[in-house]
Design a protein around this ligand. Sequence first.
Ligand code: DAT
Length: 169
Amino acid sequence: MKIAITGTPGVGKTTVSKILGERLGFKVIDITDFVKKNKLYKEYVEEMDSFLIDFEKLKKALEKEDNVIFDGHISHLLDVDYTIVLRCDPKIIEKRLKERGYSEKKILENVQAEILDVCLCESKGKVYEIDTTNKKPEEIVEEIISAIKEGKERKGVVNWLEKYFDYLI
Ligand code: DAT
């Protein structure tokens, strides 16, 4: 089984993936680290402060993995059995990314991405959207496990658009 844990940076992917991995006995692969370690990028784009990933190479490198969790904000673009889209109040994401030392520009881009549901919109296959706002990581993990067991897709769980429209102007 392959599970993607995706969502806006700061939403809690790494925290949740670690606990979920322990619960299921699955290996956790941090996609960003994996790409850097294995040089699976085409180039570094300075103005975006990001690596341009070579997706075909990345997919090939992960092909044989099984009983694994892919942790990363592009993991929903990989071939997986389940895609978990973590959501969180944009104000909380803003605070976490400030603490992480991100630039104002990068913070705003990510806050806007959360408001506009970017990861959710890009996700395909079996998608489970989980609102993590004010929940403990262990609670979130339980919610993920029961959502997978239940097998019903969950989408449209949150709507930040009305509450945070001013961030988009
Ligand atoms: P991501 O991997 O999505 O970038 P992270 O797991 O590194 O996010 O978490 C970002 C910060 O938020 C980190 O300091 C831990 C904290 N955090 C994560 N999940 C949380 C939760 N459910 N409640 C409180 N803090 C949380």
